[in-house]
Design a binder for this molecule. Structure first.
Ligand code: ARG
Length: 605
């Protein structure tokens, strides 16, 4: 589809330019690339629509009249007629010129492209290049604190970060995935204090609990202890932090041990969900660099010492004055000189640029930190780093559960591991209730993949900015806008291809694609042809939901095609071959796309 669409754009541009010259409009020619293309509201009207509004000013003619004249030129003028008729039929519809593309050609070029490019189908745009070639994108995601296991919010973060990374890579960018482990601070000291008080000598191994869970349980216990002991408890944790910054060996030993437990457990969860990183940064190693940079800024007069002894920066320029009309300030170092959350982020950003010079750094972090990143980017600019305008906060919304909001301090948080276990058990039940245990081979493994497909699809089908309600039951449904539905269609396709093989039907070398003229086939091919543009859009917008939506569309269209068009057992082997080729193409696109949104492809289900 890509080629014909591109050609019709070039034709539209040429016709508009001709029109412009006959009207003596004294302005530069418009290029084919600048012609925008839309999808007409219903397929009857055409496959592509070109709005004429953008040319009205230059031509000084109303858009509907331009549309009339452009269509007339393309259909009647000797210099266009022949070429245009090969591309399709052009017609003016109000202020648009719509084109019904030559189907035969599109079906052939689209399917040939899929069959030839296989795993890389979708990566190339209309000009045959990968759209993000030459871009170096560092992407930070997950970035947990080491006082508790990953929870549902992290699962959305991890899915987004990993998926966007894969999308960017597919679109040609060089991608470097990083994680900052926030492993120091008062929150970690709280888990440590509870360990001292209630668990001295115990280990997660001895207790038989996952190690990050053990650290998280300590954190919850501290909270109970704090409720009973108030300020005394707070002071104990704060004191521990001071001791840690001083380098107290005993505190460091405990800190190291508990961090190891937390991090090891978190790594197991990453492995389970298919998330990986090229480099881990640790706050304990970058916060000193942050302190240094703040010191330098202070000397240059960019920051100031407040009356209370803390080091601050004026941020009203970027966040505005407060409601009383006063300047807004951000604390960079506490009065005792200890660092705060943003301190380490300044050091971490600079270390990262030193390590891997990016032309974009994307931070995947929840929208409750919008303010933090605004201020962080402002400070880095102020410090004079010219790459500071290449920083981008990919801010995403909350995930809630039908049961309500989660608080990790109170232990009402939904543990990532528990949630995946729950989904896996649900999938196992489904497999059993369908009597498919034997057919799927290893029910446990398949159930795990269905669970991940359900989870990731649900988290990624919504636009990142939106808050969402994760509904475990709904996500697992084999029917509707879900991951398992895509997996189910994939498995069906595999079963069709197996049956064809069993029946001795081979993939033919010379497929007559013009036989695929049924409306269900045409709709399916058109959707497959949309995949490259969709991938490009997803990469530009950093939004995996674009891919999810198209895959869902393709799965539905495949289902109608399968319903309407028999493949095997028809008395027309050329048609069988053509339809099988189409089925293979659907499989390739589903596989490619599902990989980008972290939904495992299943051969049987
Ligand atoms: N660890 C932080 C938290 O759990 C998130 C870190 C986000 N990334 C960053 N560079 N500040 O809230």
């Amino acid at each position: 589809m890509a080629d014909l669409k591109q050609e019709s754009r070039a034709l539209i541009a040429a016709a508009v330019n001709l029109l412009k010259n006959t009207k003596n409009a004294d302005s530069p020619d418009i290029s084919a690339e600048s012609v925008t293309a839309e999808v007409p509201p219903n397929p009857e009207m055409g496959d592509v629509g070109f709005p004429m509004f953008p040319f009205a000013r230059v031509l000084r003619i109303a858009p509907p009249v331009i549309a009339q004249e452009v269509a007339k030129l393309l259909n009647e003028d000797a210099s266009f007629k022949e070429k245009a008729s090969k591309v399709g039929s052009f017609a003016a519809v109000g202020p648009y010129v719509n084109v019904k593309l030559e189907k035969g050609d599109i079906v052939r070029t689209t399917l040939e492209a899929v069959l030839a490019q296989k795993q890389s189908y979708g990566a190339f745009d209309e000009t045959g290049k990968k759209p993000l070639n030459g871009r170096r994108v560092m992407i930070e995601f997950s970035s947990p604190n080491t006082n508790k296991p990953l929870h549902l919010g992290h699962l959305r973060n991890d899915a987004l970060g990993e998926s966007v990374s894969r999308i960017l890579k597919a679109a040609g960018a060089e991608v470097y995935k990083v994680n900052i482990i926030n492993n120091r601070g008062v929150h970690i000291c709280k888990s440590m204090r509870a360990y001292q008080l209630f668990h001295e000598g115990q280990t997660p191994e001895k207790l038989g609990v996952k190690s990050d869970r053990f650290v998280g349980d300590c954190y919850v216990e501290f909270e109970k202890y704090r409720k009973e002991n108030g300020e005394k408890a707070e002071a104990e944790a704060q004191n521990m932090l001071v001791e840690w910054e001083k380098g107290n060996p005993e505190i460091h030993k405990l800190w190291k041990q508990m961090n190891e437990w937390a991090v090891n457990g978190i790594m197991q969860t990453y492995k389970r969900t298919g998330v990986s990183f090229d480099k881990f940064y640790y706050e304990s190693e970058t916060y000193l660099k942050g302190k240094e940079l703040i010191q330098q800024g202070l000397e240059k007069g960019l920051f100031f010492k407040a009356e209370d002894g803390s080091t601050r920066v004026d941020v009203s320029e970027v966040v505005g004055k407060n409601k009383d009309g006063e300047d807004q300030q951000k604390v960079l170092l506490r009065k005792d000189g200890t660092s705060v959350y943003i301190t380490q982020d300044i050091g971490t950003a600079v270390s990262r640029h030193d390590d891997w010079s990016f032309n974009q750094l994307v931070y995947v972090v929840g929208n409750e930190q919008n303010y933090h990143f605004k201020v962080l980017f402002y400070i880095l600019k102020k410090l004079g780093f010219e790459w500071a305008n290449q920083l981008f906060h990919l801010s995403y919304g909350m995930v809630n559960l039908p049961e309500g909001k989660m608080k990790s301090r109170e232990g009402t948080v939904v543990d990532a591991d528990d949630l995946i276990n729950q989904l896996r058990d649900g999938a196992l039940e489904e497999i059993a209730s369908k009597g498919r245990e034997e057919a799927v081979g290893s029910p446990e493994e398949v159930a795990e993949k269905i669970a991940l497909g359900a989870l990731h699809y649900f988290l990624l089908q919504a636009t990142p900015a939106k808050d969402m309600m994760f509904n475990p039951k709904e996500s697992l449904s084999f029917n509707g806008n879900t991951g398992p539905y895509l997996q189910y269609m994939g498995a069906r396709i595999c079963s069709i291809l197996r049956k064809a093989e069993e029946a001795g039907v081979k993939a033919a070398d010379n497929v007559d694609f013009s036989l695929l003229s049924h409306p269900a086939e045409w709709a399916l091919v058109k959707a497959l042809g949309e995949y490259p543009a969709t991938l490009k859009k997803a990469a530009e917008k950093l939004d995996p939901s674009e891919i999810a939506a198209l895959l869902y569309e393709i799965a539905k269209l495949f289902s109608s095609f399968y319903h309407d068009c028999s493949i095997l057992g028809i008395d027309n082997s050329a048609l069988t071959s053509a339809r099988l080729a189409l089925v293979r193409c659907v499989k390739t696109v589903l596989e490619n796309g599902m990989n980008l949104i972290l939904v495992p492809f299943l051969e049987t289900m």
